[in-house]
Design a protein around this ligand. Structure first.
Ligand code: GLU
Length: 309
């Protein structure tokens, strides 16, 4: 494939059926990539073995297809990619960028994408343990593994949000790349897979904006190229509240019951997000004709959230 081909991705975690929020993010990803004549990869992010089920993966693929969100490559999975993650981990370890961490809270959200409001700045407690300390503590419990961050600013230009930057030491802290149970964390797996699969255009929910500087830093340390990014507003149930099980009407089976057809669902989501001025049944391919890539940074009056209705 030529280097300048835009390659985007759908990266669902197979933990349940789709809902309005991930339908919207997937729709935006497809539109932004296709408006550039690009191709889509489907990657099932089944890193977290406890939460992922293959029946959900099959279901999520059927949901994507039903909604006209077609992919050109894949499906790829994460469960059989340990060798690639291990190789990247080793590379970082050899550069002296990784250390064991014995703090218990460390594992909590390590393998899944951290969502808005959950970001903790790790204070570096285990960064300077002596070899003796490490040996003693390793006999008590298995450590997780953290990546040392520099006191540098990581900045990028987001297609929707505009310029965004973080001082990794102050805003993030050393972050987990491998959990104490041996599983590789979302940040590492996602960066390794994007590079291996040739992904160069990442469109996803606003909740992952804060992960992007860490991912750019990982790309730099692993010698991978950078991507373009678009972080789209989250669809929320009420102000500042993520869609949840309480929002039954936003779940795909319920959306089908209420709206009748996939096109009516896509049209409804596109309408409440302001992509079309009047609600009408439409498939993603129909939306492409009126989608203006250049207007992306002024498309959403509220770039953070869109109220579900
Ligand atoms: N698998 C993540 C999710 O479904 C998306 C991760 C990403 O887009 O980087 O929330």
């Amino acid at each position: 494939m030529e280097n300048n081909t835009v390659l985007g991705r759908f990266a669902p975690s197979p933990t349940g059926r789709m809902h309005a929020g991930n339908i919207f993010a997937a729709l935006m990803s497809w539109l932004i990539v296709k408006a550039q004549g690009g191709r889509m990869v489907l990657r099932i992010e089944d890193l977290d073995r406890d939460r992922s089920r293959s029946s959900f993966a099959d279901q999520v693929m059927r949901d994507f297809e039903m909604l006209g969100l077609f992919w050109d490559e894949g499906p790829y999975y994460q469960q059989n990619r340990d060798e690639a993650y291990e190789a990247a981990f080793k590379k970082l370890e050899e550069r002296g960028l990784v250390y064991p961490c014995f703090c218990t809270r460390a594992d909590l959200h390590a393998a899944s994408a951290p969502h808005r409001g959950e970001k903790l700045v790790y204070p570096g407690t285990c960064r300077n343990l002596s070899p003796e300390d490490i040996e003693r503590r390793e006999s008590e419990r298995k450590p997780s593994w953290r990546m040392i961050v520099p006191d540098e600013e990581y900045a990028f230009e987001d297609m929707v949000q505009g310029p965004f930057s973080q001082r990794l030491d102050r805003d993030c802290g050393d972050f987990v790349i491998r959990r104490s149970d041996g599983l590789f964390a979302y940040q590492l797996a996602s960066v390794v897979d994007d590079a291996a699969q040739g992904v160069n255009c990442i469109v996803r929910g606003m909740d992952l904006l804060v992960s992007t500087p860490q991912q750019i830093y990982l790309q730099d340390m692993l010698g991978f190229g950078h991507c373009t990014y678009a972080h789209v507003p989250l669809i929320v149930g009420e102000r500042d509240r993520r869609l949840s099980k309480r929002d039954r009407d936003a779940a795909l089976d319920e959306l089908l019951r209420i709206h009748g057809t996939p096109a009516a669902i896509v049209g409804h989501v596109a309408f409440i997000a302001g992509l079309i001025p009047e609600e009408a049944p439409l498939m993603p391919g129909d939306l492409l004709g009126c989608f203006e890539l250049g207007a992306l940074n002024s498309l959403f009056p509220d770039k953070v959230q869109i109220l579900w209705r």
